[in-house]
Design a protein around this ligand. Sequence first.
Ligand SMILES: C[S@@+](CC[C@H](N)C(=O)[O-])C[C@H]1O[C@@H](n2cnc3c(N)ncnc32)[C@H](O)[C@@H]1O
Length: 400
Amino acid sequence: MVPTESAPKQTFRMIAKTMVSLEEVLADELRALGAENVVPATRAVEFDGDMRLLYRANYSCRTALAILKPFAEFDANDDQELYDQVYKIRWEKILDVDCTFMIDSTTSGEVFTHSYYAALKTKDAIVDRFRRNFGKRPSIDTENPDYKFNLHIRDNHVTLLMNSSGDSLHKRGYRQGVGVAPINEVLAAGLLKLAGWDCSTNFYDPMCGSGTLLIEAAMMANSIPAQYYRGNRFGFMRWKEFNLGEWKSVKAEEDRKIGSLDFEGEIWGNDIDPQVIEQCEKNLEFTKLHHDVMLHIGSFEDQKPPEGKTLIVTNPPYGERIKVEDLNAMYEKLGDTFKNLYGADCQVWLITSDFEAMKHIGLHPSKKIPVQNGSLDCRFLKFELYEGSKKAKRQQDAEE
Ligand SMILES: C[S@@+](CC[C@H](N)C(=O)[O-])C[C@H]1O[C@@H](n2cnc3c(N)ncnc32)[C@H](O)[C@@H]1O
């Protein structure tokens, strides 16, 4: 019989890793790409899909750090059992003997208390199996391995996963120059999504540094896939099951979305440091988004946002990597600028780890979302701006 339909795609469970408070945002992104049975977890989202979705999620998810594919699961009650179970896996079906690999591990519970040691046992089992069967073994490379594995152990339950992304997905490939304290690209995209950036207004970052928020906002406005500038650097490309034709077809489908939004707003950036603005220009030129973004040099209190409805998201100095003489005074000036220079058309969001300086803004945030910037515990704050006092606004709302 001649088959009339192509074979059904094989689906499997995957895990997308992300950052604190971005789980729901990533879950929405995955659903929009066709993921099924999407379940947000802690700094991760679990979902079902096929290899095409694995390629698509790597290429287009803005708030994922990595897409992991589980391939072995078992129970182990001590190091020897872990070694024996890992040894049994047919690693020669997964890896070439001439390749390099590394293992990232996380453990919780009482059974395995040292994640590094568990990773070492796992590595020993893999290389011993190769050595005994082939007289040769793959090497370890922690910098730039061909294969990255994740080992998760909760109590006595062990899961081994392939990291299909390779390098973290925050490495978008568009950074030509950076300021002292660039924000992580995945966090920047996540903040824009948390702030509700739907590309229907203007966007402004009054302290834009090397422009991460501007570039992520402009990429969204132009529907440019998150990894458009990364080149062919994904972990899955080393896999034995990698299908170049499927990958090219997924990439072409995602690239066809570019420009589909007809974005009509303005995207503006401002920074006091001319050198940082130069780096920002280089990044924008590399992405070919320099015609879409207007840059100004000066202090934030001297630059009005664009006319009309504008979303403002900014990442001011926290006094950690960028030293500011009087951070409290700077945050006070920021608050005054929000109140006096930005009108009711503006909605302002700001990320900071300096909870003391934050109090000097002099405005009450209407939302406070906990986020993590590197090792820093931060808050992402929303400020609603009204013409006149808040009381007058409430009165006006009541009358309408
Ligand atoms: C944390 S960095 C922003 C990093 C940026 N998000 C990026 O990804 O590169 C803070 C920026 O605020 C700028 N800055 C400090 N004081 C300023 C002021 N008064 N007006 C405008 N920008 C200022 C600094 O030059 C620095 O580039």
